[in-house]
Design a protein. Structure first.
Length: 403
């Protein structure tokens, strides 16, 4: 098995400090005019935040990441628009765009995706999301409750695949109907995006079982990860897809030269969260999450916490980001060697895509690219017999690594 690493583009500002802190880069701080960097000026021809995102995207590409995740935060920039802009500034970076199917018609999404594939050379990946706060989704015009959103998403992808593979596709479902539509001409030649999805509810797992190429999990305890993988594989078998579906994980990283330096950075984040009151805010927000997300929050944060060290799930796996309200909530924390060992441990569970990020994104992409990712590259032939210099591979990365 090979694994690939993916970075993340911060579409709603940086997170070197607690979100909203004026020391973060970007336009999303409490007082953007007082922010220290990467703030859009609003003047013609001057700096815009997209220029910083371009730096992050190119850094990911330079450092050997296969792609970058673009999260669909309700108050951040829209992933498809940003990735379309950045596709022309990168060469091979894949864009993992998160989106709610309820925000598009199936035909619109199909046509947009085919056009994106033609523009980018086939570098679009879909991350189909349906979870989140029901209250926030209703505020943004989503009428359906949690379970129905997943049922609709299954039909949505039925139509997308039908339109992509048929010039005249017919469909009758509970939420959608099609009477002969389909891609034609050059658009029909574009490759359909790789489809990812996540979530541990019944609806989320059924969606993944039927349609997803990759089912994404959080880096919670390895026992929970293994159970979720086994469950989704079993469900996929009903559709003849048990050997087709693959798995990935979203996790942050605090990697340093030594464990002590990494722990100090984790403590800094935790202490900042305590001072800013985000621990209490995260707990209050958790009560408005879906049942499975609320249960997960309580599982790792529903006990007395006196310091950052109380939030380790197991050695080098820290749940502290979840406690202070920074998703995805879990992080590999330790020396470069120990973070690499943690990656191998989770790869052995059957995970082949690693969405691995640190804060701030730009600097940590270089740190991970220089000190962690090389431990997973298979050396190529030496440039010369007396100069065995391994070259960066542009393809997959050996799961077990060589360090």
């Amino acid at each position: 098995m090979t694994i690939e690493f993916f970075a993340r583009l911060p579409l709603h500002g940086e997170t070197q400090f607690i979100p909203g802190d004026n020391r973060n880069r970007g336009d999303w701080n409490r007082q953007p005019h007082a922010s220290t960097g990467a703030v859009s000026s609003g003047e013609d021809g001057d700096f815009a935040y997209i220029d910083y995102l371009s730096q992050v995207a190119r850094a990911a590409e330079i450092n050997g990441f296969a792609g970058a995740l673009l999260v669909n935060a309700p108050f951040g920039d829209e992933p498809w628009i940003v990735s379309a802009a950045l596709a022309r500034e990168t060469k091979r970076l894949r864009f993992v765009d998160a989106f709610h199917p309820g925000h598009f018609s199936p035909w619109q999404a199909t046509q947009m995706a085919a056009s994106f594939q033609r523009v980018s050379g086939g570098r679009l990946v879909w991350n189909v999301i349906q979870g989140g706060s029901d209250g926030l989704l209703r505020a943004n015009g989503e009428p359906l409750p949690h379970d129905e959103r997943y049922a609709r998403a299954i039909e949505f992808l039925d139509l997308v695949k039908g339109f992509w593979n048929n010039e005249s596709f017919h469909y009758e479902g509970q939420y959608y109907r099609a009477d002969g539509g389909g891609l034609r001409g050059p658009l029909a030649q574009a490759p359909i995006p790789v489809i990812c999805s996540a979530g541990t509810s019944e609806g989320a797992k059924e969606l993944a079982a039927k349609h997803s190429d990759y089912y994404l999990v959080l880096a919670e305890s390895p026992e929970h990860v293994a159970r979720n993988i086994a469950d989704v594989k079993e469900r996929a078998a009903k559709y003849g897809r048990a050997d087709q579906i693959r798995f990935g994980v979203s996790v942050d990283a605090i990697a340093r030269e030594t464990d002590e330096l990494a722990y100090a950075e984790a403590k800094r984040f935790f202490d900042e969260g305590v001072r800013a009151g985000t621990v209490k805010a995260a707990a209050e927000r958790s009560e408005h999450m879906s049942d499975t997300n609320r249960e997960r929050f309580r599982r790792y944060n529903g006990r007395e916490v006196n310091g950052f060290e109380d939030l380790f799930v197991e050695p080098h796996l820290w749940g502290g980001f979840g406690c202070i309200g920074i998703p995805p909530g879990f992080a590999f924390v330790g020396s470069y060697e120990n973070v690499a060992a943690k990656i191998r441990q989770f790869a052995d569970l059957g995970l082949s895509w690693f969405f691995l990020n640190g804060y701030p994104h730009l600097e940590e992409i270089y740190r991970l690219g220089e000190h962690v990712l090389p431990r997973f590259r298979a050396p190529r032939l030496a440039l010369a017999e007396d100069q065995a210099v391994p070259l960066v591979s542009g393809g997959g990365i050996a799961a077990r690594g060589n360090g």
